[in-house]
Design a protein around this ligand. Structure first.
Ligand SMILES: N[C@@H](CCC(=O)N[C@@H](CS)C(=O)NCC(=O)O)C(=O)O
Length: 266
């Protein structure tokens, strides 16, 4: 735990058997420099032989960026499996097709293990094991030289070809849209701040003339949403949702994707 303005980290263990009880395992004091902001780094960077359970990057009040290793001294010494429960993997556990078909798949997890001693090895990544249903299927299929693997290889080859062609012509869809400043973008969202607030702020900040298309809901308790649902599937969007952005031929949804588009274009 670290709070803004603190100059220490507290490393706690949670005893799942006694709900709600946190035990202080280590206190790391950093003298007078306090935290302005802290962020956790990817789990796989942790040095398991040092019982490092979290690595944090922090901005201090003295205008310094520092990396801090949060460790719990272990009775076992070296690698202690108890300190490294599985954590959510940064890869999909299923596919869109399976999800849409209603297949229920447990979330993929990753697991850190002991560090390998081999010099010049891949360090942390060597220790990282991902357990996903998709992995198992992939490896089975690869071992069998299955159809899926061949289809994926063909798809990758095709995508690489398309990418090379787009690069050669120097006119990807993104680039051409980014050059056309004559279009007036339409931002669609509910008539509230919500997820569109930051997008509207970007437009105002960048002095971009845009249409703020507001969908009204009826009053409580029903909040009639038909102003949106009646048109949702008529706008020609691949994944219709709010907020959306229509800019000339470009139609996108997902707040962050919209913000990235605006950042790139303007
Ligand atoms: N991940 C999406 C979330 C979109 C979302 O949840 N939109 C809500 C409003 S905050 C909605 O009502 N969408 C309309 C719909 O589902 O048709 C994003 O960041 O844009």
């Amino acid at each position: 735990m670290a709070g803004r303005g603190d100059s220490a980290y507290g490393v706690y263990t949670l005893n799942r058997g006694t709900q709600g009880v946190l035990n202080l395992a280590n206190q790391i004091n950093l003298g007078s420099a306090t935290h302005k902001a802290c962020n956790m780094m990817p789990k796989q960077l942790c040095s398991t032989k040092d019982q490092e359970v979290m690595r944090v990057i922090r901005a201090s009040n003295q205008n310094k960026i520092e990396i801090q290793q949060l460790c719990i001294p272990s009775r076992v010494g070296a690698f202690d499996q108890d300190y490294y429960p599985p954590f959510t993997a940064n890869k999909a556990s299923s596919t869109a097709a399976k999800y849409l078909a209603g297949e229920d798949v447990p979330a993929a997890t990753m697991q850190l293990g002991p560090e390998k001693k081999k010099a010049g090895g891949k360090g942390g990544l060597n220790r990282l094991k991902t357990k996903t249903t998709a992995d198992l299927e992939e490896s089975k299929s690869a071992a069998a030289g299955g159809d899926d693997t061949e289809a994926l290889k063909a798809r990758i080859a095709q995508l690489e070809k398309d990418l090379a062609a787009a690069r050669a012509s120097g006119s990807s869809a993104d680039a051409s849209a980014a050059e056309d400043l004559s279009t007036k973008p339409v931002l669609g969202y509910w008539a509230i701040r919500g997820l569109a607030a930051q997008i509207r702020m970007m437009f105002y900040y960048l002095k971009v003339d845009f249409e703020d298309k507001l969908y009204e809901t009826g009053d409580a308790p029903d909040f009639d949403k038909t102003s949106w649902t009646d048109v949702k599937h008529t706008l020609g969007m691949e994944y219709p949702n709010l907020p959306y952005l229509i800019d000339g031929e470009t139609k996108i949804t997902e707040t962050v994707a919209i913000m990235m588009y605006i950042a790139k274009k303007y």
